[in-house]
Design a protein around this ligand. Structure first.
Ligand code: CTP
Length: 433
């Protein structure tokens, strides 16, 4: 019996999929179809897949052509499958031409011409709402936002606004966005979502204007150093039925969600100590204390909770502001310390010490794709990891799309009251410096 295998995501099943499955079957007597698993797709940056794996498998089954359907769960599985199922022919579309030649040592490799003018990407774009993203900037930098939004169907950065002509020119020189504005009224017309990426002094004002114009907003935390203003912004968002989201990417990344689950499920026992450090990298910015502190406080509040008993700030200040801070939050059963190096450098790391184990994220913990768990007796160190490239912004956008599709305006990544707790801590620190 001649066995054939072919693979695909088969999202929004279309004629091109049917054709390749049918033609693959003609190469042998028994056809195995591999359907990509969700984790595998997320790991390789394919975040736009719409149909569930159950639906995708069902659609392949309904062709009546597959003798067996398997799930492709990891990079490199194709070799194991070819050996395991004793496959004679591997078939794939010619968009992959040459990419699977290394499989020729195991079986025949056939590239078939793709069906013209149809793809899952095209169907997703035709069937689902497309969101235009506008950026409000005061520096010619996009923090990879444009590249990250290109990883997902349904989002496109189409406009940029800056008050400064020089910044706008420099931004366009680098990124060449469709529309560049210095007039906000024109800017609103072209945008559904605004990323407010400007200095803290103007952040709350821009956020409020965007929300009042019915735009969904993503902005760096903190939105303000005044907890009342921060609350007010959420009210404006609610009144206008739009979303207001903190640009904290890590809370949307699977590895952090896994860490959160493990700590809350008691897998390292009771948490007695949380240490988290971060330093300013960009020397050209004089003061980044509040932005860094807000970022470091996110995992603290997510893991340790909002109910701390006391704050103990220890600050080193100069005329430029806070140069270094060690802030300790006392909880009923433990404590959390964040170390912020604004001018003074500190080594970046995140460590959660529990009665039964310690979790560690090294270096760039806010965009880490792995963490280590060491048992208390040191007998075992386990690594938990996932593949992803970039800074994780595409995961935030992906969560945002689900929110908007379901008419939900509050993020479940960082909840509004968690965001407000962070602002309250910063407010306290500034009042007591
Ligand atoms: N395929 C095809 N003709 C098309 C689309 C897909 O022959 N018009 C083939 C691919 O070459 C692959 C299989 O169908 O062998 C599964 O492709 P998949 O990536 O699931 O579908 P696409 O429509 O290419 O999806 P996307 O747009 O998300 O890349």
């Amino acid at each position: 019996m001649k066995k054939v295998i072919t693979y695909g995501t088969f999202d929004m099943f279309h004629q091109g999929h049917y054709n390749i499955i049918k033609r693959a079957k003609e190469y042998g007597d028994y056809l195995i179809v591999g359907v990509t698993g969700d984790s595998y797709d997320v790991g390789r940056g394919k975040l736009s897949v719409h149909d569930s794996i159950a639906t995708r498998i069902n659609n392949v089954k309904n062709t009546g052509l597959a003798d067996a359907i398997i799930v492709e769960e990891y990079l490199g599985q194709k070799i194991s499958d070819i050996i395991k199922y004793d496959v004679d022919v591997f078939v794939i579309g010619d968009d992959w031409k040459g990419k699977f030649d290394h499989l020729k040592q195991y079986c025949d490799v056939v590239y078939l011409e793709r069906t013209k003018n149809i793809s899952s990407t095209q169907l997703r774009e035709e069937n689902f709402k497309q969101y235009n993203i506008g950026l409000i900037v005061d520096e010619p930098k996009d923090n990879q936002l444009i590249v990250e939004s290109q990883k997902l169907s349904g989002f496109k950065v189409t406009s940029v606004f800056s008050e400064s002509r020089e910044v706008l020119d420099a931004f366009q020189e680098k990124y060449d966005i469709e529309n560049a504005y210095r007039n906000l009224d024109a800017f609103w017309r072209d945008t559904d979502i605004v990323f407010v990426k400007c200095h803290l002094d103007k952040r709350a004002d821009f956020i409020e204007q965007c929300l009042a114009h019915g735009k969904h907003v993503i902005a760096d935390p903190p939105f303000s150093l005044d907890a009342k203003i921060h609350k007010h912004l959420y009210k404006v968002a609610k009144d206008n039925q739009v979303a207001l989201i903190d640009n904290v990417k890590m809370v949307y990344v699977r590895i952090f969600i896994q860490l959160l689950w493990m700590t809350h499920a008691g897998m390292i026992g009771d948490i007695i100590r949380f240490n988290c450090s971060i330093s300013k990298r960009d020397r050209s910015i004089v003061n980044l204390f509040d932005d860094l502190a807000a970022l470091a406080l996110c995992p603290v509040i997510k893991i340790m909770g909002k109910e701390y008993d006391a704050i103990e700030p220890n600050l080193v200040t100069s005329e430029d502001g806070i140069e270094y801070a060690s802030i300790t939050l006392k909880y009923p059963t433990g404590e959390a310390s964040i170390n912020i190096g604004n001018k003074i450098r500190v080594k970046e790391q995140l460590e959660i010490i529990g009665t039964e184990g310690t979790i560690r994220l090294k270096d760039n913990w806010w965009k880490s794709n792995y963490f280590e768990l060491e048992t208390t007796d040191g007998s075992e160190v386990k690594t938990y990891s996932m593949n992803f490239e970039g800074n994780g912004f595409c995961f935030l956008l992906s969560a945002m799309r689900t929110m908007l599709e379901n008419n939900r305006t509050e993020s479940m990544g960082l909840f509004p009251d968690e965001s407000n707790t962070i602002v309250k801590i910063l407010e306290y620190i500034h009042h007591n410096k």
